[in-house]
Design a protein around this ligand. Structure first.
Ligand SMILES: [Zn+2]
Ligand SMILES: [Zn+2]
Length: 347
């Protein structure tokens, strides 16, 4: 065949021209002279095809990936080997070259391309949210009908901190930009709803209580018509504490433990253990605090009667003997609680 470009007649032809003329202008790969990559200077996440990826990637890897993504290989190339090299990095500019070896129409060829990768430091949307104090949720820590004690606040702070540390491995917005310390309780501002919910659940697990969510519409996205909500989650911990006396379904009980989902209490008349579901918290009445327990002395006993001194006026009071007091002796001290002018002995 005759090549119209070089006039040769004995060469392999690629279309209209010979292979040598074809390869003169042929490039195995296309690569821009300059590539720009945006990375967040706070969290090192990078912008890739319009999306921010939040995995941590070292700078050199970012450069290699930028090169890889921008290489276009011509269809005619086969068995190619591509070698990416970073020549030097000066500030945010990396000088790189790409070596390619491959086969084109049975001929083995090599070429080298230079490329500059510019790393632009910027702030990703998540980090700019964090910088501006953005929050999706407010967790309100409250107690039912009483003030919260300093040690309860300290414990709550600890629970919030622990939860956010744990959440931060999967949620960048697991942070607390603000704690509002109000008279009625603390408001913990939490970056994301997901982590805010977790904080509330863990507070409930620690203190018991009732969680209530109330979304508040902040604004409406004009383009989608979707509302932007902020969720307020209140965690109301019980009025009563462990060892306090409560009334539930007409039984007088002493609280032995407060869990995430239930209150365990002992009926002080029948000496029987009860599990009260936490959702009934509002029906539990606090009768007496544990520090109102009094101590007195046994002055006489019989198989059916135990006689003690009423600590308020030192009068003798006869009470029904129960199994748990059988081993007490005259002169022993015994604990009691007065509820509605009635004395209950405590073992
Ligand atoms: Zn030719
Ligand atoms: Zn960032």
């Amino acid at each position: 065949m005759f090549c119209p470009e070089c006039g040769s007649t004995d060469k392999e032809m690629v279309g209209e021209i010979c292979i040598d003329c074809f390869l003169k202008d042929f490039q195995m790969i296309e690569l821009p002279k300059r590539i720009e990559v945006q990375i967040c200077s706070h969290c090192n996440s990078k912008l890739e095809e319009g999306k921010w990826s939040d995995e941590f990637i070292p700078e050199e890897e970012i450069i290699y990936r930028a090169l890889e993504r921008n290489i276009k290989i011509a269809d005619e190339v086969s068995n190619e080997i591509i070698n990416l090299e970073i020549d030097q990095i000066k500030g945010t500019l990396a000088s790189c070259f790409v070596e390619v070896a491959g086969e084109v129409h049975g001929v083995r060829i090599e070429e080298t391309h230079d490329c500059e990768v510019k790393i632009q430091k910027t702030v990703c949307p998540t980090c700019s949210k964090i910088q501006s104090g953005y929050y999706e949720t407010v967790v309100q820590f409250r107690a039912d009908k009483r003030e919260i004690k300093p040690e309860e606040y300290a414990k709550a702070d600890e629970v919030v901190e622990r939860t956010l540390i744990k959440q931060s491995s999967s949620d960048k917005l697991a942070y607390c930009p603000q704690i509002a310390k109000l008279k009625e309780g603390y408001d913990y501002y939490i970056g994301s709803f997901k982590s805010g919910k977790k904080v509330a659940e863990n507070l409930k697990e620690e203190f018991g209580g009732i969680i209530k969510e109330s979304p508040r519409l902040i604004s409406e996205d004009k383009s989608t018509g979707k509302g932007l909500y902020r969720i307020w989650i209140s965690v109301r911990i019980p009025e009563f504490e462990v060892n306090d006396f409560i009334k539930f379904e007409n039984k007088i009980m002493q609280v032995t433990s407060i869990g995430k989902n239930s209150v365990v209490a002992i009926d002080i008349e029948a000496d029987k253990k009860h599990n009260i579901p936490m959702k009934n918290m509002e029906d539990i009445e606090l009768l007496k605090k544990a520090d109102e327990i009094e101590t007195t002395t046994i002055i006489s006993k019989s198989p059916s009667i135990i006689q003690i001194l009423d600590p308020s006026d030192y009068s003798a009071v006869d009470l029904e003997m129960k199994d748990e007091f059988a081993d007490y002796n005259i002169g022993d001290e015994i604990n009691l609680i007065k509820i509605d002018n009635y004395i209950y002995l405590l073992s």
